[in-house]
Design a protein around this ligand. Structure first.
Ligand SMILES: Nc1ncnc2c1ncn2[C@@H]1O[C@H](COP(=O)(O)OP(=O)(O)O)[C@@H](O)[C@H]1O
Ligand SMILES: [Mg+2]
Length: 258
């Protein structure tokens, strides 16, 4: 099966071909994904010079400004429904943050205890994670894992549990967030969708700020509005929206020089 970057390269080449332009230089793609089990959609890791990475860098800079001004430390990432790109936004943003020279330690906490994908996207199989910590008296250090990406650590979701919302609403969760705030410069909380379950509202209301992901061409306006209302009712500090799945109207190769 073709990987994402190969497909992307093929698309770029076809676009350039149509314009009578030469094929892409090989060095354009900086890291090979063939020998890696990290999700190839983490573009900030694999393709640091791409326009997509540039957008995540911009998002990072916006967040940094807010972090400095309002002293934010925990940022939740949510969306109205599933498959809008919450987890990939969390991962790409976190990697972009690791590239910031002033940022020494970045943590992603997988708060989607139902369908979390953070550990698997980084090619890690996790045994003990957030749900186990909240259920039992595990040591915090035992659920924080270093990743292959420099400066990035994660707390995986842990074992599937019957009561994710209750666990996330517990005092232990609050205490955990206070604890990791002392250990890391910035903490990204990846969440479940806001509409279907109460988990996201519970997590986002504990975060210092929340960004909401909206998938263009898929998520309807009314649904985004409804999710926003749910979050507002939960007294969430909504910082702004991130649009995913936007297609570039002109080839990326040319876009670089515009
Ligand atoms: N920015 C994006 N651009 C294009 N496709 C995306 C983007 N973000 C996510 N996707 C696609 O959507 C799928 C779901 O992404 P994911 O981050 O797991 O969503 P969520 O966490 O909201 O359920 C991915 O497998 C990917 O194919
Ligand atoms: Mg997800």
């Amino acid at each position: 099966m073709k990987n994402f970057l190969d497909t992307l390269k093929e698309v770029r080449e076809k676009q350039l071909d149509g314009l009578g332009l030469p094929a892409l230089p090989k060095e354009f793609i900086l890291k090979s994904v063939s020998d890696s089990n990290i999700n190839s959609h983490i573009v900030t890791y694999f393709d640091p010079k791409s326009p997509i990475t540039e957008q995540y860098r911009r998002l990072r800079e916006h967040i940094k400004t807010m972090v400095k001004k309002d002293r934010l430390k925990t940022i939740a990432v949510t969306s109205s429904i599933a498959n809008e790109g919450k987890s990939l936004t969390s991962l790409n943003l976190a990697v972009a943050l690791t590239k910031d020279v002033d940022c020494k330690r970045v943590l992603i906490v997988d708060c989607d205890l139902r369908r979390g994908t953070i550990a698997s996207s980084l090619g890690m199989d996790s045994k003990v994670g957030l749900s186990d910590y909240l259920h039992l008296n595990a040591d915090v250090e035992n659920i924080i894992y270093k990743t292959k990406i420099k400066k990035l650590s994660i707390i995986p979701k842990g074992k599937i549990t019957d009561d994710p919302a209750d666990l996330l609403a517990s005092l232990k969760m609050k205490a955990l967030l206070e604890n990791v705030k002392e250990k890391f410069d910035i903490i990204i909380l990846d969440t479940a969708p806001a509409i279907s379950v109460s988990d996201a509202g519970i997590v986002c209301s504990q975060a210092d700020g929340t960004i909401m992901v909206v998938r263009t061409g898929k998520t309807q306006r009314g649904i985004v509005k409804h999710a926003t209302e749910i979050l507002t009712q939960s007294k969430v500090n909504l910082l702004g929206y991130v649009l995913t799945c936007i297609e570039y109207p002109i080839p990326e190769y040319i876009y670089k020089y515009v």
